[in-house]
Structure formats: structure tokens, C-alpha cells
Write a protein that binds this ligand. Structure first.
Ligand SMILES: [Zn+2]
Length: 130
């Protein structure tokens, strides 16, 4: 089978359960996209920002961001399982990050803002520049 991400051929023993759903990734790429949840808490005036991410920020994850969209289900689940009803919940990808200076001043920073993303971006520098 050919890996969807790196394009290398790989051999994989297929069980009866996987007969009609063959593994799309080689074992190396499976390890590279394995979820390792991270959380960063950033204090801001009047509240905090909790920034949850699924991966380290590395070139492999950034270049395969669209392929990893199915992993957003983990982020949705994390957001739904939080009991903080006052929290502002936003999903942060590169586009929201780049335009942060335009929308962040209008955000209510008096409670908890929860940001979710695939990989961590440098929020502290964005917060310092607002
Ligand atoms: Zn691969």
C-alpha cells in the first residue's frame, strides 16, 4: 500500500476488520500524526486564555494540516466536555492567528477564553502587540 502522506510503499498485515478499510498511512506517518495534547494557560487582564493543541508545532504537521482535519473531532469533544459556561470558545488556525490583531480587541477578556488548534502558535507575542 502507498502512504497518503509520504507516498512511500508500506506492508501492513490486514485483519478481517480492516479488510474494507485499509490503513492509509505508513507506521512512520502514523507515529508522526499521533495526538499529544498540550495546554498553555496565558493570564491576561481580567481573565485567562487556555490554549489547547493536539500536536507540536513542526513542519510535518503544518504541511499536512488539511489532511489532519478529522482530528478536530478531539478538539470539539474537549470543548464540549468543559463545564465553563462563560468561556468563549474559538478554533484557531493560521488564518485566525494572522488576523488576531483585528478581532482580539473586541473579545471579552474578563473570563476564560478557550482557544483550540492543531499546533501551538506564538500567542504571547500577538497579545503583547495588541
Ligand atoms: Zn508515510
Amino acid at each position: 500500500m502507498r502512504c497518503d502522506l509520504c507516498g512511500r510503499f508500506h506492508v501492513h498485515d490486514i485483519s478481517f476488520n480492516e479488510l474494507f478499510e485499509k490503513p492509509a498511512l505508513c507506521p512512520t506517518c502514523e507515529k508522526r500524526i499521533a495526538i499529544e495534547k498540550h495546554m498553555q494557560v496565558i493570564p491576561v487582564s481580567g481573565g485567562t486564555i487556555e490554549y489547547h493543541t493536539l500536536h507540536e508545532n513542526n513542519a510535518f504537521i503544518r504541511s499536512n494540516e488539511l489532511y489532519l482535519d478529522h482530528q478536530y473531532a478531539h478538539l470539539f469533544r474537549m470543548a464540549l466536555n468543559r463545564k465553563n459556561e462563560d468561556a468563549v470558545i474559538l478554533f484557531l488556525n493560521l488564518r485566525e492567528y494572522e488576523t488576531m490583531g483585528r478581532w482580539l480587541p473586541y473579545a471579552n477578556m474578563d473570563s476564560v477564553m478557550m482557544l483550540f488548534g492543531q499546533y501551538p502558535l506564538d500567542l504571547v507575542s500577538k497579545l503583547d502587540n495588541r
